[in-house]
Design a protein around this ligand. Structure first.
Ligand code: C2E
Ligand code: MG
Ligand code: MG
Ligand code: MG
Length: 291
């Protein structure tokens, strides 16, 4: 059993011990093998424009299909990968896989951007911009096809080396997106030094929107500031029609959330897109110039 040091609740870590620690060790071991065994995959969640509902982009979200545990959440294994030095290899695979998938979709006539989530640890690799450029070239993609999402706290708390890596990614023509905005404690003034084109408002603000006038006031200010800085604004975690209506009224550009679609494996996403464009064609046959 775990040893406790006094009453502090501090647990002495021993490899293979029962309880949470042993569990983490087993997961870490399995995660080291997951890439090689092909257990990692990407699901894709659409971002749609608030006005016309057109598909603005897709966000790639990492999934781990564990042979015994089933699907493990990235909220659980990404922090493990960061702690155990696996995140760079996994992150590199994500970039490569997302580019490969986008190239396949483009070949099928689907034109869309794809966003990948970057861990702050990845920004410590000076050759990350070169890796990204290489993946784009290898799959015949343009820099504007790719978006890199980095959380607000990760973006603002970087040292100058990591800032330089972000600047070089932006200089390639790849868009940077500030993820989970509102959860960090960054000074708003700092925003103007960040080379980001997109700001994603964290789900926690969206949740309170329909019922809390203060949440609405904060969002109103954030949307105005982002627009003044020429950034597009995405609301994440949109689940209800009431939220959608308020976000549209506030001038939020792009919506993402279960109301529109859940993250889906690539084949399911392709069907979703096809159904959606068929619906659009039924709704507005003249717009397509068919008649
Ligand atoms: P995130 O980038 O902020 O992604 C949004 C999360 O919210 C996703 O969870 C998504 O499935 C979920 N979500 C989307 N719409 C809704 C909604 O309407 N309601 C609710 N309740 N949730 C919604 P997921 O896929 O479990 O990912 C969790 C986090 O794990 C991500 O947050 C991101 O920080 C991290 N992550 C995922 N994929 C990667 C990756 O490839 N690399 C890195 N470094 N981190 C990743
Ligand atoms: Mg994200
Ligand atoms: Mg987010
Ligand atoms: Mg989030």
């Amino acid at each position: 059993a775990a040893k406790r040091a006094g009453g502090s609740g501090y647990r002495v870590y021993e490899p293979g011990m029962a309880g949470d620690g042993g569990e983490q060790v087993r997961l870490q071991h399995d995660l080291r093998l997951a890439l090689a065994r092909g257990e990692l995959m990407l699901h894709y969640q659409p971002k749609v424009s608030t006005g016309g509902g057109g598909v603005h982009g897709l966000e790639a979200l990492l999934r781990w299909r564990h042979p015994q545990r089933g699907l493990v959440s990235p909220a659980q294994f990404v922090p493990l990968a960061e702690r155990f030095g696996l995140i760079n290899a996994i992150g590199q695979w994500v970039i490569e896989e997302a580019c490969a998938q986008l190239a396949r979709w483009k070949a099928e006539g689907l034109h869309c951007r794809v966003a990948v989530n970057l861990s702050p640890y990845q920004l410590r690799q000076p050759d990350l911009p070169a890796q990204i450029a290489q993946a784009l070239r290898h799959h015949g993609l343009q820099p504007a096809d790719l978006v890199c999402e980095i959380t607000e706290s990760a973006m603002m708390e970087q040292g100058s080396a990591e800032q330089a890596v972000m600047q070089r990614i932006a200089a390639l023509g790849v868009r940077l997106s500030i993820d989970d905005f509102g959860t960090g404690y960054s000074s708003l003034a700092h925003l103007r030094h960040i080379p980001a084109r997109q700001l994603k408002i964290d789900r926690s603000f969206v949740v309170d929107l329909a019922k809390d006038p203060d949440a609405r006031a904060v969002l109103d200010a954030v949307v105005r500031l982002a627009h003044a800085l020429r950034m597009e604004v995405v609301a994440e975690g949109v689940e209800t029609e009431a939220q959608r209506v308020v976000l549209a009224a506030l001038g939020c550009d792009i919506l993402q959330g279960y109301l529109i679609a859940r993250p889906m494996p690539p084949d399911q996403l392709a069907r979703w897109l096809a159904e959606r464009s068929a619906e659009a064609a039924r709704a507005a046959p003249l717009a397509l110039g068919e008649n």
